[in-house]
Ligand binder design. Structure first.
Ligand SMILES: CC(C)=CCC/C(C)=C/CC/C(C)=C/CC/C(C)=C/CC/C(C)=C/CC/C(C)=C/CC/C(C)=C/COP(=O)(O)OP(=O)(O)O
Ligand SMILES: O=P(O)(O)OC[C@@H](O)CO
Ligand SMILES: [Mg+2]
Length: 230
């Protein structure tokens, strides 16, 4: 099951806190994207997550939860993606929430569906950077070093370069990619045009498209073709 992520080139990240009409959700789910990731850094609840999962379940594509709040863990997703923020000194976001999650859910955790993500958060203005106290002002070399900690020391299956809200430095993305041996590189942040999506796809393994879905659906849909049929 976990291996399904290896074939993903394009993923839409939907935020349960935000409204989306049935027509818009239909267009997103029928767009040809490889998967729907459900998550956000704030305002995610059990109820709004169940609601979104049940709506996406009408479609055939994989639907995975990126867990950001223990109160909002919902059974029934295809996979559970677990962020571990590497570039923070607050170990809440690397270990503590995770310890709490394991103590709380114990034997109910479907480990065969759990995928850890080594997050490197690089936009200081993003809600996720503020929440986690991420040290975003780091060099390319430091970003690559964090990536190697994830890839080589921790053997995480995913490194996630997170620029949520702003289009990031593709030089940094390429530098990080060159440093990886086994981990899959997710890039997310500020993709608003097909050109940006294509650029990010050329520099990473998997492109995550978030906010533009809510701001300009047509442009969001165009990113799928740009990534999957360039
Ligand atoms: C029983 C069952 C089905 C269990 C499966 C799942 C499970 C509980 C597994 C094992 C236990 C475990 C290890 C749990 C960890 C739980 C946890 C809460 C970990 C902390 C995760 C974390 C570091 C959160 C911080 C925020 C973060 C990185 C969120 C990711 C999403 C993100 C970056 C969104 C972007 O933000 P957005 O809101 O879009 O920003 P904008 O407002 O700017 O758009
Ligand atoms: O919302 P955007 O800026 O597209 O970012 C996507 C994703 O990386 C957010 O976690
Ligand atoms: Mg968002």
């Amino acid at each position: 099951m976990k291996d399904m992520i290896k074939s993903w080139r394009h993923v839409f990240k939907l935020d349960p806190e935000k409204d989306m009409s049935d027509d818009a959700l239909d267009a997103v789910c029928m767009s040809g994207t490889d998967a729907i990731m459900v998550g956000g850094s704030t305002g995610v609840t059990y109820d709004n997550t169940v609601d979104l999962l049940s709506r996406v379940r009408r479609y055939e594509l994989p639907c995975v939860q990126e867990v950001s709040d223990l109160e909002a863990v919902v059974p029934g997703f295809d996979l559970y993606l677990i962020p571990m923020v590497l570039n923070t000194q607050d170990h809440t976001w690397i270990l503590e929430k995770h310890r709490q999650g394991i103590e709380r859910y114990g034997y109910m955790i479907p480990w065969e569906l759990v995928v850890a993500e080594g997050y490197i958060v690089l936009n200081p203005d993003a809600a996720v950077a503020k929440l986690t106290g991420a040290q975003t002002d780091i060099s390319e070399e430091s970003a690559a070093a964090y990536a190697q900690i994830a890839d080589k020391l921790m053997q995480l299956p995913v490194v996630y370069l997170e620029y949520s809200g702003t289009f990031g430095s593709m030089d940094t993305v390429r530098r990080v990619r060159r440093s990886l041996e086994q981990a899959q590189l997710f890039y997310g942040g500020g993709i608003t045009t097909p050109e940006q999506a294509a650029e990010a796809a050329a520099s990473s393994d998997t492109v995550i498209v978030g906010n533009i879905v809510y701001d300009n659906l047509e442009q969001a849909l165009a990113t799928v073709t740009a990534v999957k049929r360039p």
